[in-house]
Design a protein around this ligand. Structure first.
Ligand SMILES: C[S@@+](CC[C@H](N)C(=O)[O-])C[C@H]1O[C@@H](n2cnc3c(N)ncnc32)[C@H](O)[C@@H]1O
Length: 288
């Protein structure tokens, strides 16, 4: 099912994620699925539960959540990009999960339809404006059912030798004045704890997960960022000539355009709940 609700906060034609959507699904989602699995597994969702997935993109984490809550559960997957919403709806149909997943246009702050047993945000926190983030997370907390959890995944802690960071460093070198979002600054324990505290929640788990990424060449990595992610807007803004210089500087750092890239970027997985509430999380067996 696909129910258009509030219109996206961006006009469709200018939302960079609309242009990136199809490429994001093929290029990036397969690399991100293991992180999504970690997030949903840590949340220990139960049968028949109700889950809100915000900034769901093409819905990989929504599909995993839908399998977890079963046919009588409900997952509402929202995104500001109409193209992402359409892809998510299509993915749900293909997986036979369209009876569980409702894919709808919506802002990250939109919690309509609650209360929710879990509110899930994968790789979207840094895209919320700094001055709006606490209010958005507070809204997620207020929309929780008793025993409900907020689960987030965000890139970081920073690995200064990783390709993402090396490309950003090249951009800083070639265009020092260009504004860059530090998408990883939220990833450490202290800022994450602080964010939840300011939003009236308690952090109940924080863990760092890593999964292997492979690109057959450094050129393929740059092309994936340009064509399947919001780097396309940076490219459009700065122009081919400048970005080719940035790419050349990046290739120097990683051993040339043909060099294969193998790395395992860290993502921080954090779960929060209302203070004093008992919540169920996954249990792990540790072998000492
Ligand atoms: C990096 S993608 C993550 C997609 C998906 N959660 C995943 O992990 O694959 C970020 C998504 O957030 C969406 N987004 C960005 N700002 C948003 C907002 N204010 N409200 C809703 N969605 C937003 C984008 O359209 C995009 O689909």
């Amino acid at each position: 099912m696909s129910t258009p609700t509030r219109p996206s906060q961006f006009p469709t034609a200018t939302n960079p994620w609309d242009r990136a959507a199809a490429g994001y699904l093929t290029e990036w989602v397969p690399r991100f699925v293991p992180y999504h699995r970690n997030l949903i597994s840590e949340l220990a969702l139960g049968e028949n539960q109700k889950v809100l997935v915000v900034g769901a993109g093409p819905g990989s984490e929504a599909l995993i959540a839908a399998r977890q809550v079963g046919p009588r559960g409900r997952v509402r997957a929202t995104d500001a990009s109409e193209q992402m919403v359409a892809l998510c709806s299509d993915q749900a149909k293909r997986a036979g999960l369209d009876g569980v997943i409702e894919s709808a246009a919506g802002d990250v702050a939109d919690t309509v339809g609650g209360p929710w047993d879990a509110v899930v945000s994968a790789f979207g926190l840094w895209q919320i404006a700094d001055d709006a983030r606490v209010a958005v997370v507070r809204g997620w907390g207020e929309a929780l059912a008793p025993g409900g959890k907020v689960g987030v995944l965000t890139w970081g802690p920073t690995d200064t030798t990783g390709p993402f960071e090396l490309l950003s460093a090249s951009l800083r070198e070639i265009v020092p004045s260009f504004r860059q979002t530090n998408r990883q600054r939220l990833a450490a324990r202290e800022p994450m704890e602080q964010l939840f505290r300011d939003a009236g929640l308690s952090m109940v788990r924080l863990t760092v997960v890593r999964h292997p990424h492979h690109f057959s060449t450094a050129e393929q990595f740059v092309a994936s960022l340009r064509d399947a992610c919001t780097w396309r807007s940076v490219w459009d803004e700065l122009g081919n000539e400048t970005l080719n210089r940035v790419a050349a500087s990046f290739y120097d750092k990683v051993g040339g355009p043909e060099a294969p890239l193998n790395f395992d970027p860290a993502a921080t997985l954090a779960i929060a709940a209302r203070p004093g509430e008992e919540v169920v999380l996954s249990t792990r067996t540790i072998v000492g």
